[in-house]
Design a protein around this ligand. Structure first.
Ligand SMILES: [Zn+2]
Length: 478
């Protein structure tokens, strides 16, 4: 174990040498992978095989390294908007190519084992950054019925390999917490069930033991941030069936890490987890681990919100209440999934003392009120750009009005702007009275009548010390 943690530490500190630098954010596409895969084709270390084509005709590849009898099979991104492990796979290819580091480990591994990688099984979904494939079918419910070409490719490859170990690589909500804590579930593992009774046969037991070891190793980097995914049996999913059909299968879900929206740190953790898994498998180190350690991993729970503000006073209809305010931010795809903007909403209000926030504040003694709309009607975005926003914030305004024919964009406007204010088109909005659950996350925080902070589209900005960043405002078309 100590030796494995040492190995993981060396991976951690040497990682930058291996990182595939052409991919540095989540919204990469199949076409971004092709030049890298082209390079691998010319490298004798790898066998690159076209395994089939997606519904829209994109090639799905099986890339293998090594010549050993022990087969390890990894597949990623069957959900198009879950790319973290795909990035890590390309880092691992670079790790294999590197000639100056970890030579002894690699030589042994590739003699003992053959590692098969199937990155980005759902390239059509990745193209528009959505979970499902181009027919809007969830591939992870098609393991048995086998209607989708991508699901057939995965299943046929699985059948042809009959690997000893399998890694089912996904991304989960960033708002899972590791147990009942404020710590995000940055990585969640699961040795999926093989039936509704959650029977532990020898195949699943091996997956549990390896997971236990990975849990211990990775905990040294992100203590308290590792959880166990729900083990409810899903008879239509790949992981559950692959386990049932004889491959010891581990699900790895990449979750959230504060201030890592592009998941580059979590990608690094995937890189470490997978290489540690290869080492453990080829040296059979996992066999000394216990199911009890696996069972002790805290469950994924839902106690996290993006922004949580506690102990605010809210006045309405002559009454006064103490409330906590919980806000979540959704990413909305734009430009065919190439970019996104944030659209935030009130998740909950009231006594939220059992929850935690990625950003978590106690504003006892402060008052919260609903953001208001500035009276003046502007003609264009360029006019609004020139506003002194801080002045508006001080007055409690979270939105401005604009005429709908916008000369900046030939009349059509998106749903958002990069400006740190909301924009309301055309009509004077009817003022809101009450906090609406799932409604707008635009608020004013004040103390003794003086505005201290503003919340616009779920982003908190402190006026006095100019901290916080409103990443984008929304444009409401009335
Ligand atoms: Zn998934």
């Amino acid at each position: 174990m100590a030796q494995d943690i040492d190995f993981a530490n060396r991976l951690y500190y040497d990682y930058e040498n291996f990182k595939e630098k052409t991919i540095n954010q989540r919204r990469f596409k199949h076409s971004d992978l092709l030049p890298i895969i082209g390079r691998l084709k010319n490298n004798t270390l790898f066998k690159v095989k076209k395994a089939g084509e997606s519904a829209e005709g994109r090639d799905i590849f099986l890339i293998s390294a090594g010549s050993g009898d022990q087969k390890i099979f990894l597949w990623s991104q069957m959900h198009g908007d879950e790319p973290t492990a795909t990035m890590a796979m390309f880092d691992i290819f670079n790790f294999f190519c590197d000639e100056s580091r970890f030579s002894e480990f690699k030589k042994k591994l590739l003699e003992n084992a053959t590692v098969y990688f199937m990155p980005m099984i759902n390239p059509d979904g990745a193209e528009i950054y959505q979970r499902r494939n181009s027919f809007n079918i969830d591939l992870n419910r098609d393991a048995v019925r086998q209607q989708m070409p991508e699901a057939r490719i995965l299943r046929e490859t699985f059948d042809s390999l009959k690997a000893e170990f399998g890694f089912n690589l996904h991304d989960q909500s960033t708002r899972y917490s590791a147990g009942n804590t404020f710590k995000s579930a940055t990585l969640s593992f699961l040795a999926p069930a093989i039936d509704g009774n959650k029977t532990i046969d020898t195949v699943r037991e091996k997956a549990m033991k390896l997971t236990a070891e990975l849990y211990k190793i990775l905990s040294s980097f992100i203590p308290g941030h590792i959880a166990k995914y729900s083990d409810d049996f899903e008879p239509r999913a790949f992981g559950d069936n692959f386990q049932r059909w004889g491959t010891s299968t581990i699900l790895i879900e990449s979750g959230g890490w504060k201030d890592d929206p592009e998941k580059q740190f979590i990608r690094k953790l995937n890189f470490i987890a997978l290489l540690c898994a290869f080492k453990s498998i080829s040296e059979k180190n996992y066999s000394g681990e216990s199911i009890e350690t696996y069972e002790s991993i805290p469950n994924n729970e839902e106690w996290l919100m993006d922004l949580l503000i506690r102990n605010l006073t809210f006045k309405i209809k002559g009454r006064e209440f103490l409330i906590d305010l919980g806000i979540n931010r959704e990413e909305v795809n734009v430009n065919g999934g190439k970019n996104f903007y944030y659209s935030s909403y009130v998740e909950d209000a009231g006594d939220l003392s059992v929850f935690f926030g990625y950003e978590d504040y106690d504003f006892a003694g402060m008052e919260v009120s609903l953001g208001r709309t500035y009276e003046k009607v502007f003609n264009s975005l360029s006019e609004i750009e020139k506003i002194n926003f801080k002045e508006l914030y001080r007055e409690g305004f979270t939105a401005v009005q604009m005429k709908s024919a916008n000369p900046d964009s030939g009349g059509s406007l998106p749903e958002y702007s990069a400006l740190p204010i909301n924009i309301i088109l055309n009509n004077k909005p009817s003022p809101r009275e009450n906090i609406e659950i799932e409604g707008p996350a635009d608020f004013v925080i004040s103390k003794e009548g003086i505005v201290k902070s503003i919340i616009i589209n779920g982003f908190l900005y402190n006026i006095e010390n100019s901290t916080g960043e409103i990443k984008n405002g929304l444009i409401f078309k009335q």
